[in-house]
Design a protein around this ligand. Sequence first.
Ligand code: COA
Length: 152
Amino acid sequence: MSDIAILTAPVFSTLANAAFAVRREVFVWEQKVPQEEELDHYDLTAIHYVAISEGDVVGTLRLIDMPEHTKIGRVAVRQAWRGRGIARKLIEKAMADKRASGKNRFYLTAQSDKLALYEKLGFVAFGPEFIDGGMPHRAMRDYDKATATLLD
Ligand SMILES: CC(C)(COP(=O)(O)OP(=O)(O)OC[C@H]1O[C@@H](n2cnc3c(N)ncnc32)[C@H](O)[C@@H]1OP(=O)(O)O)[C@@H](O)C(=O)NCCC(=O)NCCS
């Protein structure tokens, strides 16, 4: 596999705009998430990560600082680049950077058919299933795992 570089991208930069284009391709065109829900006000203050291969942005995610934890979201890899460990690299790098700044609690909401991806990265699902962007989701966290309970 060609080398993958993981970088942060300031909002309004060329790299962040390329990340937003990947998100539009993956979430709006492929998964039919309503366009008006895909970009939101969190994008202005989130930390955006991009995965770059051969000069192109091929994957992305964002981190949102919350009082109780850091939320990982909008994890997307272009179709042709999937299955090569790019989402794992993005998530591991973003979590390592946050941990280096003393933030150790991570949270996300996962599409219900993607739980295994995040379980491999140390997350457990909890709470009830809910619909977001037209798809079933579960909340997941990588802390207080013993008290994480799944509800019907
Ligand atoms: C989900 C997505 C981000 C995965 O990206 P990827 O780069 O292919 O994932 P990786 O190759 O890094 O996979 C990491 C691990 O998770 C597993 N995994 C990846 N996608 C998975 C899925 N859909 N279901 C279960 N496990 C999955 C892989 O097998 C791999 O396991 P391994 O490390 O033991 O080999 C990508 O398929 C995507 O963009 N999908 C559309 C958008 C989306 O659904 N985003 C997530 C919303 S919760």
